[in-house]
Design a protein around this ligand. Structure first.
Ligand code: BG6
Length: 479
């Protein structure tokens, strides 16, 4: 890739996300020479840190901490203690930005990374403009971390407070699942192969299944998670993004505008449920102590009567010409048996089975996103030998990694996209809006009904109700 020059200004520079994801991702870009001499980072947050302390923290966040490269990299980092509501602080920030721009010959390119509570985004955006921290000679892009609101209303307000100062083209809303290699593979599989492209509709697909299971619990994020729950945390963003990639129509070209246009249509086509339909099509549950692990309500800082769901399963319907009638089963949860992110596309059986005494296995296309990226297709073949027996066979469609390339982390890929000004793998406001409208209907039905949460033991694959959701339709989870 070509070299990039940019000044990053990170709001929330002392935070967990910055340390776990951003600094290692920037370092990877640095190691590849994509950002090199002409870049600098200003970290801001309330704490009164010095540059030296900040640089030490950055070093500690890297996989190789004590190398010369790590130290050279960290030397590009500067810290400014910052109160987002204090205009004076933006004046100092502006001066520092100008100084660094000159020192590293950055040419005015700026990326403002908002990795703190969304309630500050509006005031930050406003000050960036009014105090002229945005530049005239380079680009000015805003990268926004999740959660983008907690329902449609708050998301719309948030969006307004930003779009007053930045145009949609300059806003990069992160959904890190869109940076995952195998999620990006979906469009290649669908639109690069006529054997899939021509079958990708309700005449040939029986159902879709999406599983995002995690083995971790709530960890140290109780404060946030209690107000979110699995529906907002994983379904509104990651799962619905995957749904849109699986159900969108073929875009005219592989390009930001065309792809996002079709994704918006796909999300708009999701059937928004009435309360009664929510009860029929969705399951919410919470993990209970088992296998030596605490239940959710026993976790630190979680209310002992918390109603927050840590698991969701659901059946989605799409009102589009190609997907009407194809159920999309989704599930996600914490403290499940293992970390697994996968998509199963189950094709309809051959009409009429000439092998009367034998069951034909379903043709299933499986895209494993995690822990290991793999693609496979299940087909039927003749068993070798006398007679005529069939057996199922897994075809491996995984992309070959000829040069043994290290698979880049989602954040590394997305940061590079943002540097290059490519928003294909970021969510457009309208995608966010339709996703919230779908999710809000479920949330409201849950909030208004007495229907209690069901339970599932830590280490299981969720409550039995999640299996019944498919059993009613004479189906089962492939995974
Ligand atoms: C985040 C959620 O968006 O995604 C977390 O807030 C979740 O709760 C995480 O653990 C999962 O991401 P990944 O990349 O580990 O699958």
């Amino acid at each position: 890739s070509t070299k990039q020059q940019a000044l990053f200004i990170i709001f929330g520079g002392t935070g967990d996300l910055a340390k776990r994801k951003l600094y290692p991702a920037l370092f990877a870009l640095y190691q590849k020479g994509i950002i090199n001499e002409h870049f600098a980072v200003i970290g801001t947050a309330r704490r009164p840190w010095t540059d030296q302390h900040f640089q030490a923290v950055v070093c500690e966040s890297l996989p190789e901490q004590d190398t010369t490269a790590a130290k050279k990299f960290a030397a590009h980092f500067y810290y400014q203690s910052h109160n987002v509501n204090d205009t004076e602080h933006y004046v100092t920030l502006k001066k520092l930005a100008q100084k660094l721009d000159k020192k590293y010959q950055i040419g005015g390119n700026r990326l403002f990374y908002l990795a703190m509570s969304p309630r500050f985004f509006g005031t930050i955006a406003q000050h960036l403009k009014s105090q002229e921290i945005v530049t005239a000679d380079g680009y000015n892009r805003v990268i926004i971390e999740k959660p983008f609101g907690h329902d449609y209303q708050s998301a719309a307000e948030l969006n307004q407070s930003i779009s007053k100062y930045f145009s949609e083209d300059d806003v990069f809303r992160i959904d890190h699942y869109l940076g995952k290699e195998m999620v990006q593979n979906i469009l290649a599989i669908r639109f690069g192969n006529n054997i899939f492209n021509s079958l990708w509709n309700n005449r040939y697909i029986d159902n879709l299944q999406i599983t995002l299971s995690e083995s971790l619990g709530v960890e140290e994020r109780a404060g946030y998670y209690e107000t979110a729950g699995a529906l907002r945390d994983m379904v509104q963003n990651h799962i619905l993004q995957i749904v849109s990639l699986l159900t969108m129509k073929m875009p005219t070209t592989y390009s930001e505008a065309d792809i996002r246009r079709e994704k918006i249509c796909a999300l708009k086509a999701l059937k928004v449920y009435q309360p009664q339909e929510v009860a029929e099509n969705f399951v919410r549950a919470q993990y209970q102590a088992a296998n030596g692990l605490k239940g959710y309500r026993q976790e630190d800082q979680i209310a002992s009567d918390s109603q927050t769901e840590t698991f969701v399963a659901g059946k989605l319907k799409v009102a589009s010409e190609n997907f009407a009638g194809v159920p999309i089963y989704i599930r996600t949860g914490k403290r499940l048996r293992q970390k697994a992110t996968r998509i199963d596309v189950i094709f309809k059986p051959v009409p009429g089975n000439i092998f009367a005494d034998q069951n034909l296995a379903d043709n299933i296309l499986t895209i494993k996103v995690e822990p290991e990226g793999k693609v496979s297709l299940q087909v039927n073949v003749k068993k070798i030998g006398q007679g005529y027996q069939l057996q199922e066979q897994q075809l491996d469609l995984s992309p070959e990694n000829r040069n043994g390339q290290q698979i880049a982390e989602a954040y590394e890929k997305l940061l590079l996209d943002a540097l290059a000004g490519d928003a294909t793998n970021f969510t457009h406001w309208e995608e966010v809006a339709y996703s919230w409208k779908f999710v809000d209907a479920i949330r409201q039905a849950w909030d208004n009904s007495q229907q209690p949460l069901v339970e599932y033991p830590c280490g299981s694959m969720g409550p039995k109700q999640a299996d019944e959701l498919l059993a009613i339709d004479h189906r089962h989870w492939i995974y």
